[in-house]
Design a protein around this ligand. Structure first.
Ligand code: G1P
Ligand code: ZN
Length: 544
């Protein structure tokens, strides 16, 4: 006999899921009934879970296990038919997306704050994904938010914790719990998409790789796939053990936070190929020996070479990138004669395009790349894509990049982040730029002339929904841009993101350092936005 308890609660201000679910300090989620309150609001916002099948997993951060037990008890209390849970309640985000699709589940809960630090003083997050395996669209997050504003009680099963250590099926009340291996189904999907024999041959030939799992969720995935299945030598995967605090690291795969890997790759005796992934395994960074690949360039290279990979042999239906992502992929799409979509920041905007068969590959400048194989960006997938291309084409990452730029031109690109800025100062800065948009066209900044300036709004071509206020963009003649937007995922103050882009078609200049190549663009951003004075900062906190 199991008992469902109904416990009174009341609305909690600010439980508004953003582009990546609800993210708060871990201690906030651990507060009295906070998590229960939000999970019940999620169930209420999606029309209940009665008779439904859900997937559950997280990135292994502090509070993952306890939170998973709460979700399980509340799913059972809500009358869910079945919940499919990764062992130890862990799943990478792309693996969770795949499981939702594979099992035809109604949705899933992912416990993660992605690349944000974890541990007792770090961040935690809860994200609801829908039946296509992707993040809930704004209509769904809005009804979850509405539910948080009127909640009066939650229901939870009175029961002990469920053991989640071995793959097996158990019952909790009337709900079936299927505990699954974390890696197996995902690895099988990768085997369908990529030429594992060719990649095995690459490693046999002495090709050396370093994969930095950053003590986050991809460790077991990377070890199984790269070392066990593809024969890369043991030790290829570094920081492979997932830890609740990510080894006190910041699990964000970029030149700043993956510094050890970066330094190793920048040495002239470094490995041939380096890669890293984030907390929940959806982001990726790709680096060749002394050759950093910007995420925007990575998307363009994958698009240009997709037909070399078995899963994309028949070509791409189209490509999509978030607005601030560089326009390098647009050039590839133009040459291939396929559509290229520009969407607001956030993976959820790609879902409709992928579902409707309008785009096959998509990506963001924030180290996110993916395809229609799941409905999330996918770090390990991107690494395999690169390995497959290198195995077929031969040569180094640097060679491949150079050849790509020679063919398509180079879009110099960088993002400057100002973190923890006073929220009012950040909004005032945006207002200041917004106020100039109409008068900017025709103005010059050094050799740059503004061609257009606007605030990005997106009309979804599939469902007709409109998303406004998606970033301020200033485009220069010749293809360069300055884009400004405020982060939607930060948990303290405001984060101002300044995206800088410049097109170079002269191969003689391709070797230039991006920050130097972009110097004039950076100065234009400062002249337009007055960043230093308004943020009180001399320089960005993070440059990628
Ligand atoms: C950031 C990235 C964005 C990504 C999101 C979730 O959002 O910029 O591209 O989709 O994280 O990983 P932001 O903080 O800029 O709102
Ligand atoms: Zn992530």
């Amino acid at each position: 006999m199991t008992t469902i308890r109904t416990i009174p609660t009341e609305p909690i201000d600010g439980q508004k899921p953003g582009t990546s679910g609800l993210r708060k300090k871990t201690v906030v989620f651990q507060g009295h009934h906070y998590l229960e309150n939000f999970i019940q609001s999620t169930w209420n916002g999606i029309g209940g879970v009665k008779g439904k099948t859900l997937v559950l997993g997280g990135d292994g951060r502090h509070f993952n296990s306890q939170a998973a037990q709460v979700v399980i008890r509340m799913a059972a209390a809500g009358g869910a038919k079945k919940i499919i849970v990764g062992k130890r309640a862990q799943l990478s985000t792309p693996a969770a997306s795949h499981l939702i699709r594979k099992h035809g589940a109604d949705g899933g809960i992912i416990l993660s704050a992605s690349h944000n630090p974890g541990g007792a003083n770090g961040d935690f997050g809860v994200k609801y994904n829908i039946s296509n395996g992707g993040p809930a669209p704004e209509s769904v997050t809005a009804s979850i938010y509405d539910a948080t504003k009127v909640i009066s009680e939650f229901q939870i099963l009175e029961a002990q914790d469920v053991g989640l250590r071995i793959p097996e099926t158990v019952m909790l009340g009337d709900m079936e719990i299927e505990i699954v291996d974390n890696v197996a189904d995902y690895a099988a999907l990768m085997q369908e998409l990529f030429d594992f024999d060719a990649i095995t041959g690459l490693f046999k030939s002495g090709f050396r790789m370093r994969f930095d799992a950053m003590h986050a969720i991809t460790g077991p995935y990377a070890q199984t796939i790269f070392e066990d299945m593809l024969g890369a030598p043991p030790g290829t995967v570094m920081n492979a053990l997932p830890l609740p605090d990510f080894g006190e690291g910041h699990p964000d795969p970029n030149p700043t936070w993956a510094k050890t890997l970066w330094d190793e790759m920048m040495s002239d005796t470094g490995p041939d190929f380096g890669a890293a992934s984030d907390g929940d395994g959806d982001r990726n960074m790709i680096i060749g020996r002394q050759a950093y690949v910007s995420p925007s360039d990575s998307l363009a290279v994958l698009a240009a070479n997709a037909t070399l990979v078995p899963g994309y042999r028949d070509g791409l239906k189209g490509v999509a990138r978030s607005m601030p992502t560089s326009q390098a992929v647009d050039r590839v799409a133009a040459k291939l004669g396929i559509d290229c979509y520009e969407t607001p920041t956030g993976w959820k905007f790609f879902g409709n395009l992928l579902d409707a068969g309008r785009a096959t590959l998509c990506g963001e400048e924030s180290f996110g790349t993916g395809s229609d194989h799941v409905r999330e960006k996918d770090g390990v997938w991107a690494v395999l894509f690169w390995l497959n291309i290198l195995a077929v084409k031969g040569g180094s990452v640097a060679d491949l990049l150079k050849a790509h730029w020679a063919e398509y031109g180079r879009n110099y690109y960088s993002r400057h982040d100002y973190e923890g800025v006073d929220s009012d100062a950040a909004s005032a800065l945006m207002d200041h730029v917004r106020g100039q948009l109409a008068s900017l066209p025709g103005s010059t900044f050094g050799t740059l002339t503004v061609e257009t300036a606007d605030e990005f709004a997106y009309d979804d071509p599939v469902d007709g929904s409109r998303s406004e206020g998606q970033g301020l963009r200033i485009a220069f003649a010749g293809g360069g841009r300055v884009v400004l937007r405020l982060s939607g995922t930060g948990t303290e103050g405001a984060t101002l993101r300044v995206y800088l882009e410049k097109v170079e078609e002269d191969p003689a200049k391709f070797a230039q350092d991006p920050q130097e190549a972009l110097a004039e663009t950076i100065a234009a951003a400062e002249a337009i936005a007055g960043i230093k004075a308004r943020t009180g900062r001399d320089a960005p906190d993070v440059i990628t």
